[in-house]
Design a protein around this ligand. Structure first.
Ligand code: FE2
Length: 269
């Protein structure tokens, strides 16, 4: 299993940089893990990568911005693949506050992030970052109740958090570079792993939950676990709808895993 490495940061649209790595999912493929920097008048970091790459992440961040200038860290939710370098970034960015909601603040409190470093908003509200507003949204698919996606009203980028993630055969620079059938299958697999409750949701309910995001007509969907996606909206929504029909993912148990990975001990006489 390859240890994750941080790819060079790159511009993925106006005002927006991507910091990306890939986690290997043994037997399944690779999962992109993305964080973003919005070069707003009050700069915003969206998530902070994984802890194993903390040093690389802050070094890469410092190549794109003086961390002391960061004003906001929008934590889409408090999972380890989103808050990996949070502590280091908070130390480097003394003026930055973590944007989340009541539950997110509670979870961060358990990690000893003091309340004066957090800023609570709720889905439907906006954050003024000087030259644009960031609109908080509850995505239709998520794995943690504090999850908030965000929409940049200036670039029309939708940062969708775990929604629209995809397990891929190999890393890709753009979602459009992945064959449609592979992307659909990879998205359905990811949804069945990350949001197994989706199998209990009726089509109409999911469609209603998707509508507020669709109505925004984003220029790009920038997911936490998807290569940047432009002009793919109908496909993305159809893919998560088809994921409803999939059985919730159940991984191998220890014995099956060891067998599949060739780790099983030969039986001794
Ligand atoms: Fe995630």
């Amino acid at each position: 299993m390859n240890p994750p490495t941080l790819l060079p940061a790159r511009r993925v649209g106006p005002d927006t940089d991507l910091f990306s790595t890939h986690a290997t999912l043994p037997g399944l493929g690779v999962l992109p893990i993305n964080a973003y920097l919005i070069h707003a008048r009050e700069p915003v970091l969206v998530d902070t990568g994984i802890g194993a790459l903390e040093d690389d992440f802050v070094a890469s961040l410092a190549e794109r911005i003086d961390p002391a200038d960061l004003r906001w860290i929008w934590l889409t939710h408090a999972d380890p693949d989103h808050l990996g370098a949070l502590r280091a970034v908070l130390d480097m960015a003394p003026r930055a506050r973590v944007v989340t909601n009541y539950l997110g603040v509670g979870k961060l409190g358990l990690l000893q992030v003091p309340p004066e470093r957090t800023w609570m908003i709720n889905p439907g509200q906006t954050l003024d970052v000087g030259d644009r507003h960031l609109q908080a949204l509850r995505p239709p698919v998520y794995d943690a109740p504090e999850t908030m996606a965000l929409f940049d009203t200036r670039t029309r980028h939708l940062f969708s958090s775990d929604c629209f993630g995809a397990v891929l055969a190999e890393p890709a620079l753009a979602a459009a570079d992945v064959a449609s059938a592979d992307l659909r299958e990879g998205m359905a697999l990811w949804a069945s792993i990350d949001s197994p409750w989706l199998a209990q949701v009726e089509h109409e309910a999911l469609a209603a939950a998707c509508r507020p995001l669709q109505d925004l007509r984003p220029a790009r969907v920038l997911g936490s676990h998807l290569p940047p996606a432009a002009n793919l909206d109908p496909f993305l929504y159809a893919a998560i709808d088809s994921a409803r029909l999939r059985s919730p993912f159940v991984g191998p148990d220890q014995q099956a895993f060891e067998q599949a990975m060739g780790l099983a001990q030969p039986a001794t006489a």
